[in-house]
Ligand binder design. Structure first.
Ligand code: F6P
Length: 337
């Protein structure tokens, strides 16, 4: 068999480990030929590919980013003008045929799952692997990249404690997550946040102010507020800036903000993510070898498995108020707004 592999959407730690997992299993175990497609679905439109050999797979396990490059090309997105490239899905199908690919492995987030499902719908053999630091892909308990992002964010929060304490300030830190609060919840709890704001749970500045003033009364001279980038704001400022200004106005306590940004997506994956990537990559290849196409690899409990793409695509996995970290956090006096 000859398979293609691409990475699409925002990068994250563990993509290269997944490429390695897919390709080493394909080449060594199943004797398949592998072609790397550059820049996500963009490379399928332009046939920008490279042959992957065992040699190309050296040094990938702990390498950040993606050796194949990525883009946010969405070939099924409606084109405004009817141009030569208007029918991108057909072009992609033709190119896959011309390249002689029996299957394309798509490593990506929610947008990629949607595109992969649409490709499956027009008869292309696809397998997808869920990748995002946001952990918001429905159908899998965890996506690789999440643990690395949480580890980085937790370390950042740890570092804010000492400077917050020295200056007797409120420190607001904004973490990524798109519309989901997974990174904020996990890093906020692991980093000892006093207030954790998630897009899924409504907050009031008055409540937050009361919590922070109460802490002062109890002699706790500083506080840490962890906010997800996707929380409701005035629509103009970034989440951290908005919350910090509102807190200072409400309480009069000196407040500073930090936006962690792309540091959460860069660099080496954690050991957990390396092993998850390796297992998911291997499973993707096994699905291909057994002819099970149109599926997304999943982690359910500790079992790597898969689900039909049409069941997964277009759905978001969000934090719910009955999540045990939220429940336990509340029991311990942590405010969710
Ligand atoms: O989905 C991953 C993510 O890093 C989100 O957390 C963030 O909102 C978004 O991507 C940023 O995307 P871009 O790379 O387009 O700036």
């Amino acid at each position: 068999m000859k398979i293609g592999i691409l990475t699409s959407g925002g990068d994250c730690p563990g993509i290269n480990a997944t490429i390695r997992g897919v390709c080493k299993t394909a080449i060594r175990h199943y004797g398949m030929e592998v072609v790397g497609i550059h820049s996500g679905f963009q490379g399928l439109l332009t046939r920008d590919v490279e042959q992957i050999t065992d040699h190309s797979l050296t040094g990938l396990l702990n390498l950040g980013g993606t050796i194949l490059g990525t883009s946010r090309e969405k070939p099924f997105k409606k084109q405004r003008a009817v141009t030569v490239e208007a029918d991108k899905p057909t072009l992609i199908r033709q190119n896959i045929e011309a390249l002689g690919l029996d299957c394309v492995v798509c490593i990506g987030g929610n947008g990629t799952q949607k595109t992969a499902a649409r490709l499956a719908g027009i008869g292309v053999n696809v397998i997808s692997v869920p990748k995002t630091i946001d952990n918001d892909i429905w159908g899998t308990d965890v996506s690789f990249g999440f643990d690395s992002a949480v580890t980085i964010a937790t370390e950042a929060i740890d570092r804010l404690h000492s400077t917050a304490s020295s200056h007797k300030r409120v420190m607001v830190i904004e973490v990524m997550g798109h519309k989901a609060g997974w990174i904020a919840l996990y890093s906020g709890m692991a980093g000892g946040g006093d207030v954790i704001l998630l897009p899924e749970i409504p907050y009031s500045i008055k409540n937050i102010g009361d919590v922070l003033l109460q802490r002062l009364k109890k002699g706790k001279n500083y506080s840490i507020v962890v906010v997800a980038e996707g929380i409701q704001t005035d629509g103009k400022k970034r989440a951290a800036e908005y919350i910090a200004q509102e807190i200072e106005y409400e309480t009069g306590i000196e407040t500073r903000e930090t936006v962690l940004g792309y540091i959460q997506r860069g660099g080496s994956p954690t050991a957990f993510d390396r092993n998850l990537s390796t297992r998911m990559g291997g499973h993707a290849t096994e699905l291909i070898a057994t002819g099970q196409f149109g599926r997304m690899v999943t982690l359910q409990g500790d079992k790597v498995s898969s689900l039909p793409l049409e069941e997964v695509a277009g759905k978001l996995k969000l934090v719910t108020e009955d999540h045990d970290l939220v429940v336990q956090g509340r029991r311990m006096g942590i405010s969710f707004g």
